[in-house]
Design a binder for this molecule. Structure first.
Ligand code: ZN
Length: 250
C-alpha cells in the first residue's frame, strides 16, 4: 500500500474552562463555557509508504460535521515563519501565503457564500482559542501531519474560531504543475514533501463543515481521509466536495 490512513479523530470536548490570562483576552474571545472544541488530527503513515496516485473518478459523496461558518464570513491570518521545506528547496512567505489563499478560494468558488478574508500575517500559533483564526506551522506530536481546531457555539452551531496547524516535523512544498497537466493527473517526482495546497484545501473543508470520507469510492475526493506526499489532487474539488460546500451555506 502506497497510501496511508489519515485517521480522522473527531474529539468533541466541552471546554470546561478557559484561562484568558496570557492570551491577550481580546473582545472577540468568547466565553468557553458556550463552546465545543473539535480537534481533527491527521496522523502520518508509520509504514514509510511513499507514492502518489492521480484522480480517476469523480466521487459524489460528502459528509457533514454539523457546524457552519459565520454568515458574515471569517477572517484568517497566516503565520509563515516556521515552514519546513525539503533540503535544497525554498519557499518565500509570499508563496506560502498565496498557497493558503488559493486553498480557501477553492471553497469560495464552489459556494460564494463561503467567505474567507485574508487578515494578514500573524505571530499567533494555531490551536489556541485567542480570537485569531490562525494557520501556522509548528511542532506537533510525531505522527501527526496536521491538526484542525474548530470552536463551535452551542447556541448557534456556528464556528466561533478555527485554526489549522501543520507539523513542521515534515517537509512542505508548493509544487508547480507543468503545461499539459492538472492537479488531478500529475504527481511530481520530487521533492519528497507534502503539497501545502493539497492538505490545506482538505483542512479548510473541515472549517466549512465537511467531514472526512473513508470509502474507497471516495478516494479522489478532497475530503477523502487518506493522503500522500507529492499528491496534488485534493487541490481540486470532486462533485461531492462541491455539493457539500453548497450544503453548508452559512
Ligand atoms: Zn480530514
Amino acid at each position: 500500500m502506497k497510501r496511508w490512513l489519515l485517521l480522522l479523530i473527531p474529539v468533541s470536548l466541552p471546554l470546561l474552562f478557559f484561562v484568558l490570562g496570557g492570551c491577550g483576552g481580546g473582545n472577540n474571545v468568547p466565553s468557553a463555557g458556550d463552546l465545543d472544541e473539535h480537534v481533527i488530527v491527521h496522523p502520518v503513515p508509520t509504514d514509510g509508504g511513499r507514492g502518489c496516485s492521480i484522480s480517476t473518478s469523480d466521487p459524489n459523496n460528502y459528509a457533514l460535521t454539523g457546524w457552519k461558518l459565520p454568515s458574515g464570513g471569517i477572517t484568517y491570518r497566516v503565520n509563515p515563519s516556521r515552514v519546513k521545506v525539503p533540503s535544497g528547496y525554498s519557499l518565500t512567505a509570499d508563496q506560502i501565503i498565496q498557497a493558503i489563499k488559493d486553498s480557501f478560494a477553492v471553497w469560495s468558488e464552489a459556494n460564494p457564500a463561503l467567505v474567507f478574508n485574508y487578515g494578514g500575517t500573524t505571530s499567533a500559533q494555531a490551536g489556541r482559542l485567542d480570537g485569531i483564526n490562525a494557520i501556522s506551522w509548528r511542532r506537533l506530536q510525531a505522527g501527526a501531519l496536521a491538526v484542525t481546531y474548530v470552536w463551535v457555539s452551542r447556541a448557534t452551531g456556528r464556528v466561533v474560531e478555527a485554526d489549522t496547524a501543520f507539523n513542521n516535523l515534515y517537509a512542505w512544498y508548493d509544487f508547480s504543475i507543468p503545461d499539459g497537466y492538472t492537479a488531478d493527473n500529475y504527481c511530481p517526482d520530487r521533492p519528497v514533501a507534502y503539497d501545502i495546497r493539497n492538505i490545506a484545501t482538505h483542512e479548510f473543508g473541515h472549517w466549512v463543515g465537511l467531514a472526512d470520507l473513508y470509502s474507497n469510492a471516495d478516494k479522489d475526493a478532497t475530503m477523502y481521509g487518506y493522503g500522500d506526499v507529492q499528491e496534488l489532487k485534493k487541490r481540486t474539488l470532486a462533485t461531492g466536495d462541491r455539493n457539500g460546500a453548497l450544503a453548508v451555506t452559512p
